[in-house]
Write a new protein. Structure first.
Length: 356
């Protein structure tokens, strides 16, 4: 007898055959009805038909293994950073809370999204560096990759007794995880997972837009129904999302950088709602959103000019703007880490010349 739950079997089929959860559930229901068996037995039958092995015991999943639609999974990860909780309007008109926490393991990073009571229950207890086990979250695809959404079934355990704990790199190492430091002059226009150190030398614009609280994508207002509509989640109460465009100079070259969401508002040092209010006042004075975004950047957030930071993301070529870095995150300069990077470069140079 297979010692896996139906949900675990479904997860294995998703991982190994790339089928959607809805398609798998439909085929399981069809097999159960056709053969007069339980859905668990039908799931086992479907796995056998598809050649998915079920005799290897429970899988210890990692972030890189997760696929949107999975359920009944658990992940062991370390907290990388926390963003302040934000309020949003629920469909019933009441106010809720949402908070984002970035977590990572030995295979990658994900965003842990806490809603309402989970913010009150867990947010203050978790700090960067803590190791946690997230049990039974909803696995979704976000703007920047996999997201784990806490729901009524989810539990979060600090310092779990789990073999995956020993695999997780310490906090001081992971900030370089998957990213390689480059000079702007060496960029060719299609690099992924690059890290740049430079000085903010120009501010192009600061804008906000209304986004779906679940997937963070832009939502549109429908005047006929008086609702905000997300293409994926239907009628929603939107969150304010911030976009910051700035220029970065590292003495070897210059590149335009776009930073989104919590990272953008964190760098600006103000809440998305506060930024949006400033933009609205400028628009009420007769400016367009584009003009307001430029004016706000130049006249309010100019103290950012000259600030040296590290940004991480992927490089793209824009038809109109040229080479861009779409940043995933940013951080302050860590001098100890910078010294270690220089030492590493020197060791590589010595090795190339036959030194120790």
């Amino acid at each position: 007898m297979v010692g896996l739950t139906k949900e675990q079997i479904v997860n294995r089929i998703i991982r190994h055959r790339g089928l959607s959860k809805d398609e798998i559930e439909g085929r399981i229901a069809e097999l159960a009805m056709t053969h007069g068996i339980s859905e668990h037995a039908a799931a086992v039958m479907l796995a056998e038909e598809l050649g998915v092995k079920l005799d290897e015991g429970e899988e210890l999943l990692h972030i890189a293994d997760l696929v949107p639609g999975m359920s009944n999974v658990n992940i062991v990860a370390r907290v990388l950073r926390k963003f302040p909780p934000r309020e949003y309007q629920k469909r019933d008109g009441t106010t809720g809370k949402v908070a984002n926490i970035i977590i990572y393991d030995s295979t990658g990073q994900a965003r842990l999204v806490l809603w309402d009571n989970f913010v009150n229950r867990y947010y203050d207890e978790l700090s960067p560096g803590d190791v946690i086990k997230v049990i039974d979250p909803l696995v979704k695809e976000g703007m920047r990759g996999i997201e784990l959404h806490a729901n009524f079934r989810t539990r979060i355990i600090k310092d779990p007794d789990d073999p995956r704990v020993s695999e997780i790199p310490p906090l001081e190492e992971v900030r370089t995880y998957s990213y390689r430091r480059m000079k702007i002059k060496d960029l060719e226009g299609n690099e992924r997972f690059v890290e740049l150190r430079g000085t903010i030398s120009k501010l192009y614009r600061v804008i906000t837009y209304d986004s779906c609280p679940e997937c963070r994508r832009k939502v549109d207002y429908d005047p006929a129904s008086n609702e905000w509509i997300c293409p994926e989640h239907g009628s929603v109460k939107p969150l304010k999302m911030v976009v910051l465009d700035f220029g970065l100079d590292d003495s070897t070259g210059y590149i335009r950088v776009t930073l989104f969401g919590d990272d953008a508002s964190e760098l600006l040092g103000e809440s998305p709602e506060g930024i949006d209010e400033k933009l609205r006042k400028l628009i009420e004075e007769g400016l367009t959103m584009r003009e307001a975004g430029r004016k706000l950047a130049e006249e309010v957030y100019y103290p950012l000019l000259g600030r040296e930071i590290i940004v991480r993301g992927s490089v793209t070529e824009d038809k109109f703007l040229g080479t861009l870095l779409k940043a995933r995150t940013w951080e302050e300069i860590n001098e100890r880490r910078e010294i270690e990077l220089v030492r590493r470069e020197l060791r590589e140079v010595l090795k190339a010349f036959g030194g120790e």
